[in-house]
Design a binder for this molecule. Structure first.
Ligand SMILES: CC(C)(COP(=O)(O)OP(=O)(O)OC[C@H]1O[C@@H](n2cnc3c(N)ncnc32)[C@H](O)[C@@H]1OP(=O)(O)O)[C@@H](O)C(=O)NCCC(=O)NCCS
Length: 343
């Protein structure tokens, strides 16, 4: 039987390190290092420079994942691109990544499908479920799945937006999901969504129910109300639901796979807030060394958090072949997911 496993990982963060102090000093955010660290564990994040977009960040991570899997871009059969900060309203960033990887011209051109996923912080898990289905059905042998975000372009650095702007950073993570006849890889993916909370964490920008979808001034220029332009988040509601849903979906994954939490070697939790993950780890009695994190360095990179962390742990030897791992995420939508893999 064909199984799907992760044959390569890659990660990329832009070079500018923005510490909490730099957020105050250089970006004028009314906050403090102490406030951010106490509530979130975040010490710094990366911001991409103007002129760099989400597909650019993704291309770096994708090349590293391809090299790790010892594959050339033309050996891919599908691109899955998870992001909430796409380069354009349309087309999706998947086709831009295909172009950046050199798949649209020259002798290695290959017009493989490119699919964008709009599942925010759960985007990587929704993508993994999709890649797993394609590979196991025989429709694809090698799938490139990336999560990438350029949050820094859309953060409100005024006092109004500080709850959100303190949390998010830029980055990209990528994996190659490949077919294997070996008994390893993705054992199961479990997803959920609750649209009744769609506006609890959202960035609307336009209202497609209005004519036109963005109000125009007398000169015909679009004018967006700040309440719609910037992301809105009810932090406490998100915190509460994140704990409930991540606990629930992880439990569902373990029950379905007949795996005890104690049998899992490493837990890759979405890096939204260190306090959420510490609370989860404590309530599930998970030893701290089984729950790696990098949020202190990168902040919340949304769809990129899990693949970035996988790539880091694979590089530094914490994640080794034969390990059983669990992935869990929760985010805007609300959406959530979990997966169990034998690495
Ligand atoms: C965002 C979060 C850290 C905010 O912490 P909180 O204790 O809930 O804070 P609140 O939003 O209730 O705000 C409390 C006060 O801090 C202030 N505040 C908000 N952000 C601030 C910041 N960056 N610096 C300083 N003060 C800040 C608020 O203005 C408010 O002040 P007030 O009481 O005078 O009105 C917390 O709710 C959280 O982590 N939620 C989960 C968010 C998340 O994970 N999102 C991503 C999901 S994928």
């Amino acid at each position: 039987m064909i199984q799907a496993y992760i044959s390569g990982t890659g990660g990329y963060v832009p070079p500018e390190i923005v510490t909490n102090d730099a957020l105050v000093r250089d970006y004028g955010v009314e906050t403090s290092h102490e406030w951010i660290v106490q509530r979130t564990g975040i010490e710094a994040r990366r911001f991409a420079e103007a002129g760099v977009g989400t597909a650019d960040l993704a291309a770096h991570a994708a090349r590293e994942a391809l090299a790790d899997a010892r594959l050339a871009p033309h050996q891919l059969d599908l691109i899955l691109f998870a992001t909430l900060s796409p380069d354009y309203a349309f087309p999706g960033s998947g086709v831009l990544l295909q172009r950046a990887l050199g798949l649209t011209s020259g002798p290695d051109a290959k017009f493989i499908p490119a699919l964008d996923l709009r599942n925010q912080c759960s985007g990587f898990l929704y993508g993994l479920a999709t890649a797993n289905a394609w590979v196991r059905s025989g429709a694809a042998k090698h799938v490139l799945l990336v999560g990438a975000e350029t949050h820094s372009a859309a953060l409100d650095f005024s006092a109004r937006g500080r709850t959100v702007s303190s949390l998010f950073g830029d980055g990209a993570g990528a994996v190659i999901v490949s077919a294997t006849a070996d008994d390893r890889g993705v054992r199961g993916c479990y997803l959920g969504a609750d649209g009744s909370e769609a506006e609890t964490l959202c960035q609307r920008v336009w209202d497609i129910k209005q004519r036109p979808f963005i109000p125009l001034d007398a000169d015909g220029n679009g004018k967006v109300d700040p309440a719609h332009l910037w992301a809105h988040m009810d932090g406490r509601m998100v915190f509460k639901h994140a704990i409930t849903r991540m606990t629930e979906v992880l439990g569902r994954a373990c029950d379905d796979q007949r795996v005890a939490l104690a049998d899992i070697d490493l837990f890759f939790f979405h890096q939204a807030n260190l306090r959420i993950n510490q609370y989860l780890a404590e309530s599930l009695h998970l030893p701290a060394e089984k729950v790696p994190h990098n949020i202190e360095r990168y902040g919340n990179t949304t769809a990129a958090t899990i693949p970035l962390l996988l790539a880091e742990c694979a590089r530094d030897g914490r994640l080794r072949r034969g390990m059983k791992i669990a992935l869990t995420a929760f985010g805007s939508g609300f959406t959530w997911g979990a997966a169990i893999l034998d690495w």
